[in-house]
Ligand binder design. Sequence first.
Ligand code: SAH
Length: 282
Amino acid sequence: MKNWSVPIQTLLFAIAGLASALPAAAQEDDRAAERAGMVQEQLINRRSSSPRGSSGAPPPSLFGDASRGSMPMVSSRDLDEHLRIQNGKVLDAMRSVPRHWFVPANMQRDAYADRPLPIGYGQTISQPYIVALMTELLDPKPGAKILEVGTGSGYQAAILTKFTPNVYTMEIVEPLQKQALPRLQKFGLGPERVINGDGYFGLEKIGPFDGIIVTAAADHIPPPLLQQLRPGARMIIPIGPVHATQRLVMVEKDAGGKVRSRSVHPVNFVPLTGGPRAPDKK
Ligand code: SAH
């Protein structure tokens, strides 16, 4: 009599394999659908949910004491029309990058909710709308050399790679940089681009940059970052008090090197640490 045990076992394994593969594939599709929903409902059909602007407050002192007077500054009230994301490339990028890859295991259910989520070490992955808004304001051109300060989970940097491969990102908390690196390698960013360091000082040897995006809040624009901004380029940075509402500010350096800025939207970011007064600096 023939021994059927081996083929039957093989068959059972094959069935089991198929059964486990199918839900996995279906699960990925579910998440793509969630992502499409996130874009449609939160980025395209967005409704004003939070009070807009804080028009009574004086504009923040953007440039700190060191450079005050040397930089012309234009401030305006928050530009309230920035409610929905208009740039199709930004919407495509938000549809294509799996945010759940950047969200901790215990937060997976909320991966496509429009809110920031904790990623450990007291830090957060930003709210999708704010990621989209900052990307739209930065408007990175193909091939542009972009610096992000505040890698965090790596999500914003991954979105930027959909516009240009020439992205550098800096994270001051080493374990976060180590976690973000393998995720960002999938998007073409290796260890020479996902850097553990104090982004207050930027990357002098690699600059000037065609765009700088800072994803942690500072009370002034770090002068080294302003220096590393190429004439004609933009920096997007949250400015204001830590642990309170800040303003997302768009800084533009014109061809002649003049700097102008405007306040775009109220935001709540974790603080930019480091800088010249950091505890480990003299
Ligand atoms: N862009 C991130 C979210 C950033 S949260 C994302 O998409 O997930 C802000 C991050 O900035 C935190 O991880 C924090 O550790 C980092 N950070 C704060 N100060 C920094 C500095 N001086 N240089 C580099 N990173 C800094």
